[in-house]
Ligand binder design. Structure first.
Ligand SMILES: [Zn+2]
Ligand SMILES: [Zn+2]
Ligand SMILES: [Zn+2]
Ligand SMILES: [Zn+2]
Ligand SMILES: [Zn+2]
Ligand SMILES: [Zn+2]
Length: 348
């Protein structure tokens, strides 16, 4: 936008300005919304078709607009946009311009008469002595960007069709002709000036607007860049924090694993100790039972031998010692209860 107020628009700028953002072609009979976005009449009709809302939204900026009972056809035609579309089509030489006198296609334009003319009409125009100083340009010459302003004619007063709109009434805010200023916009009540004067002033105002917009643009560009940078750093930060959390999680997992490992090791050791103590008790008890069994077995063997082979004397002499041995062994023998649980003692 930096060049907007200082340099004339290039053909590319102009083409972009005259491109419909719905069909991407140069405007065809354009209509302009309050937000200054323009669209082909047909494209806009397709866009609003079937929408019943009182308030519609611009397809580009969503700015609100309303339709009157005439629909899209009744919407504002932007004079400048419509003129530039026609200028562009003449420049691109993609449209036949009919002769102002007959229906033949034009080969040039008399800038003084402000008329397009076919070959035949142009020749007779050039034949008149009174038209000798008229400026005539061929279509080829008209297609040059520097001749852009020569394509469009001056505007004429609607009330006085033969008179050009050369004046401006500031009180009524309208372009007027020399008849209007005499009959309707009388000097004392109406402040009037020439078209050149007011156009120069408005051109100045537009330059100020452009300057303000340029400043706004650079301000919003700066804001945009700052916000984009913030967003970038936010993303970067997010990545860093996520990776930090992952690392911490892994560290905690490692530490917890170590602690658990140690705890398990110590529990195993403790369990083994308890089992060892219990085993010792059991071994001692096994030994005692086995000793007891050996004593009893001995007594049994002797008693059996006495019954089978002993003489009466021998029975009488030995039976007491057998009885005493059995009694003694019975007396000292008592089965101990041994707890077979090892784990319960540790984990419980
Ligand atoms: Zn379109
Ligand atoms: Zn818009
Ligand atoms: Zn003609
Ligand atoms: Zn002429
Ligand atoms: Zn007039
Ligand atoms: Zn007036």
């Amino acid at each position: 936008m930096a060049s907007a107020s200082s340099m004339p628009p290039t053909d590319q700028d102009l083409k972009r300005l005259l491109e419909c953002s719905i069909c991407l072609e140069t405007f065809d009979d354009p209509r302009t919304l309050p937000c200054l976005h323009s669209f082909c009449k047909k494209c806009l009709e397709n866009f609003v078709d079937g929408k019943r809302d009182d308030e519609l939204n611009c397809p580009v900026c969503r700015g609100k607009f309303t339709l009157n009972e005439e629909g899209v056809a009744g919407m504002t035609r932007n004079h400048f946009i419509c003129n530039m579309v026609e200028v562009l089509s003449i420049q691109d030489q993609d449209k036949c311009i009919p002769c102002s006198h007959c229906d033949q296609s034009s080969v040039g334009r008399c800038v003084t008469c402000e008329l397009f003319m076919c070959d035949k009409c142009l020749q007779s125009h050039n034949g008149y002595i009174g038209f000798r100083d008229h400026v005539v340009l061929t279509m080829e010459e008209l297609s040059q960007p520097e001749n852009r302003s020569k394509i469009k004619g001056k505007s004429y007063c609607k009330k006085h069709p033969s008179k050009k709109l050369k004046l401006y009434c500031e009180t009524c805010e309208e372009l007027i002709c020399t008849y209007c200023i005499v009959f309707e916009h009388v000097r004392l009540d109406h402040v009037c000036c020439t078209l050149e004067e007011i156009a120069e002033r408005k051109r100045g105002e537009l330059k100020t607007i452009c300057q303000t917009l340029e400043n706004n643009e650079s301000h919003s560009t700066r804001q945009y860049d700052e916000l984009a940078a913030t967003s970038f750093f936010l993303d970067k930060n997010l990545k860093e924090v996520k990776s930090h959390i992952h690392k911490r999680k892994n560290n905690v997992l490692k530490c917890t694993k170590n602690v658990l490992e140690k705890k398990a090791q110590s529990l195993i050791k403790e369990t083994e100790n308890i089992a060892r103590v219990k085993n010792r008790t059991i071994d001692e008890e096994l030994k005692r039972i086995s000793d007891h069994k050996a004593v009893q077995r001995k007594a049994y063997d002797i008693a059996k031998a006495l019954i089978e082979n002993g003489s009466n004397e021998e029975i009488m002499l030995s039976h007491k010692s057998v009885q005493q041995s059995v009694e003694k062994s019975e007396k000292g023998y008592e089965i101990k209860e041994i707890d077979d649980k090892v784990i319960g003692k540790v984990t419980g």
